[in-house]
Structures are given as structure tokens and as C-alpha cells.
Design a binder for this molecule. Structure first.
Ligand SMILES: Nc1ncnc2c1ncn2[C@@H]1O[C@H](COP(=O)(O)OP(=O)(O)OP(=O)(O)O)[C@@H](O)[C@H]1O
Length: 238
């Protein structure tokens, strides 16, 4: 995955167009991920480990179809539910209720299916009357709760989790963990990013370790987390 980073900061759209006309826009290529190859079997729960900026979220976004890889391919069998940046896909001008349809469509749910699940989504989100308020007036926790409730209303084959086991307040966190646990019990395949090694060790059977966009090691969660831990200690001693 290659990103083009602007060499000089452009402050506004006017300046951007002026620079574009003058052919003064310079980009620097940045490979956020390079030469990544791995496979995940049905029922595996794969932890994706790495320090800040290693490329974990970018990898999940490519697998979820949010980003298109510059090179390479991803092949997927089954229905994916991505729990990434919950609530980021909402249109802030619209109410929570309207966003259920909008976001549901983004996730590929048919309109009739959303209609059928509408009450269930609202009940799980516990937003009460706030469901008729524009999302711009929601707290970040409220947005995450609604995003979680919409995304998890289907039974996925593959569940993508990016640091989402900490959404909402303590009460909602307990409820969302329970829901995810029930998906785990049904044998869902999981791709899981978390900075909590304890969580990764508890929930995953396999893992990969990314470092500056490269795949350093892959294998059982015990092996990979041991390598990761030694890397953390190395860095800490520098
Ligand atoms: N849209 C983008 N445009 C430019 N660079 C990006 C973009 N998205 C991510 N990056 C860069 O790609 C690299 C990997 O980012 P990513 O968010 O995947 O890391 P991460 O491992 O998930 O980090 P963290 O643990 O901090 O969440 C970072 O250097 C980041 O700055």
C-alpha cells in the first residue's frame, strides 16, 4: 500500500489549486505496507501486532475493502463484518435513525433487511430519544455504540476488529464484549488488532507481527507475542 504524502503542507483549497496550476505540488511516496503475504483459515483468530504506525489498521482497511491496495490481491471467502473506526462512516447532518439506513447501505445490507432489524439496532445501541437527533450532536461513545449496533446485526463469517473492544462506557463495553464472544463461540474467523497483548493472547490462536510496513514473523500467538515482547523490551532499552 503506497500513500502519496505532500512534501509541503498546503493550508487551504485555494492554495492547493494555485500550486496545482503552477505544477508545484510535490509528493513523496510512502509504502505503509510492503510484501505482505499470509493466509487465514476458517475459524482462525488472527492477532495483528505491531507498534504505532506499523500498518495494522491499513492492513485491516485493505482486507475490509475500505482501501484499495496499490499492488497485490486479497481474496476472501465469506461475509465480512468490519468493526473499524466505528461511527466514522456516519453523515453528521443526518439523525441516528437516518444513518442506520445510510451506514447499513455502506455495509452492503439490503434495505428490507435494515427495516427488519431497525428496532433491534436501536434497542442494542440504547440511544433512546437521541436516535432522532443529528449525529453531529453525539458524543464519540454514542457514535461508536450506534456503529457497533449496526455492524453487528448480521452473523458474519469473518469479523474484523480494530481496537473496538473498548467502545462506549463500561456498561456498553461489557455488552459488546458479550456479543463478540457469542460470535467467537459460533466459530467466526477473526482478524484482531489490539495493543493489549493480554487480549490478543486470550482471544487469538495465531498472530502476525508488523514492523514499519513489513511482516516480521507469523505463527502461533505464543511464538509471535514472545517476539513482539522482546522487540518492545529492545526499544525500551534504547
Ligand atoms: N490515508 C493515509 N495517508 C497517508 N499516510 C497514511 C494514511 N493512512 C495511514 N498512513 C500511514 O501509514 C502508516 C501505517 O498507519 P496505520 O494506521 O496502519 O498504523 P497502525 O499500525 O494501525 O498504528 P496505530 O497502532 O498507531 O494505530 C503510518 O505511518 C501512517 O501515517
Amino acid at each position: 500500500m503506497k500513500f502519496n504524502l505532500m512534501e509541503r503542507k498546503v493550508d487551504n483549497l485555494k492554495e492547493y489549486f494555485i500550486r496545482m496550476i503552477k505544477n508545484e505540488l510535490r509528493y513523496q511516496e510512502f509504502w505503509a505496507l510492503k510484501d505482505i503475504t499470509f493466509s487465514v483459515n476458517k475459524g482462525d483468530r488472527l492477532g495483528i501486532l505491531g507498534l504505532n504506525g506499523a500498518g495494522k489498521s491499513t492492513l485491516l482497511k485493505i482486507i475490509a475493502g475500505v482501501l484499495k491496495a496499490t499492488e497485490g490481491t486479497v481474496s476472501i471467502k465469506g461475509k465480512i463484518v468490519p468493526l473499524l473506526e466505528l461511527g466514522a462512516g456516519f453523515d453528521p447532518q443526518y439523525t441516528g435513525a437516518e444513518n442506520i439506513y445510510l451506514y447499513g447501505a455502506v455495509l452492503g445490507y439490503p434495505k428490507d433487511f435494515i427495516k427488519e432489524k431497525y428496532d433491534e439496532i436501536i434497542a442494542f445501541s440504547e440511544l433512546g430519544d437521541f436516535i432522532n437527533v443529528p449525529v453531529k450532536n453525539y458524543s464519540s461513545g454514542m457514535k461508536a455504540r450506534l456503529g457497533f449496533s449496526i455492524a453487528t446485526v448480521v452473523d458474519p463469517d469473518i469479523l474484523i476488529l480494530d481496537e473496538v473492544l473498548s467502545v462506549g462506557d463500561a456498561k456498553f463495553r461489557k455488552k459488546s464484549e458479550k456479543k463478540i464472544k457469542s460470535m467467537f463461540d459460533k466459530g467466526v474467523t477473526v482478524l484482531f488488532v489490539s495493543h493489549s497483548l493480554e487480549q490478543v493472547n486470550r482471544l487469538c490462536n495465531r498472530a502476525i507481527l508488523l514492523e514499519k510496513g513489513k511482516l516480521i514473523t507469523q505463527g502461533s500467538v505464543e511464538e509471535v507475542s514472545a517476539v513482539y515482547e522482546s522487540k518492545i523490551n529492545e526499544n525500551g532499552n534504547n
